[in-house]
Design a protein around this ligand. Sequence first.
Ligand code: TXA
Ligand code: MG
Length: 339
Amino acid sequence: TIYWHVTEGHHKQTEAIKQAAQLLQQGHTVAFPTETVYGLGADATNEQAVTKIFKAKGRPQDNPLIAHVATKKQLVDIVDKYEPYVDKLIDTFSPGPITYILPSNGTCAANVTAGLDTVGVRIPNHPVALRLLQQANIPIAAPSANISGKPSPTTAKHVWEDLNGKIAGIVDGGLTGVGVESTVLDCTEHIPVILRPGGISLEELEQVIGPVNIDPALMENQSKPKAPGMKYKHYTPDVPLWLVDGSIDTLNEIVAEAQKDGNRVAALIRTDDVEQIKTDQYYLLGNSLQEIAQHLYDALRTFKKEDTDIIICQTVPEKGIGQAIMNRLKKAAHKTISS
Ligand code: TXA
Ligand code: MG
């Protein structure tokens, strides 16, 4: 696995991106930063190349991938005729943390779409990703660059831990900005449907195009989710996560009891609350929902079985990017405790 630092300076960055783009064109897999999480890329038009992604991640074959492109023109080139509101969304939110599910025109290989007649497409808003996509000049299929089931990678170190030796290269562009994945929006209906909450919130979408629906499967674990990936267990930390829907006092009571039972407890905590918590180990998430989203996956990866028995974390309000944070926390959680 070749490792390029692209944060160090312009000249090196140009050379690294050239080499990475070449590997992609030759059918190899390369991990690269986006504004949400690191992606593991391969030529989306090359079925064999895409197979390498599934292999490296241990990803189920029935879970389709997102095709990444640099421009609206490239996006339009890989899809069929779509609903008029999609143009409004693209012009407002792309490049940005949103994936449009649109009718495929067959440009992408069958294993990108897992045999569906739709394809997920997005224009990532990250200078390194955009330059890499421009240089490669092909649609790049890219799921998050983690071993399937683990928290998504927000640093190149996370990618290295999971995939070193299994992929051709890693482009290190530092910590990603948004920290949770893109919003997956099914745009094949008259009224679009959020299949996965992410970097662009329901509120932001509705401001631009009016009513937007939410896949009922996201509400409770009842019906079958329309995004195949949403049915799998996800974001599982090494150590069991307890999600607490209650005050800091409640959290401290739960901590005290767990400690009495001999457990070593680590808290994922808002920076302003750190003085109040009674654990030896903690991870400072920052204070705003944006900061919490940015640090969440790193926090989930920080604590290991050797030193920690339980991770504990408070719920966040389910507004704005809080919807995406809570979606990931609930999927990662071993149990939720309500007061
Ligand atoms: O932010 C992101 O979206 C990151 C970065 C790397 O771009 N990528 C990412 O990819 O999160 P992945 O593969 O981990 O998640 C893609 C999600 C899955 O839940 C998948 O089932 C859904 O999008 N998806 C992809 N194509 C689809 C399609 N045609 N129909 C329905 N859902 C689809
Ligand atoms: Mg993923």
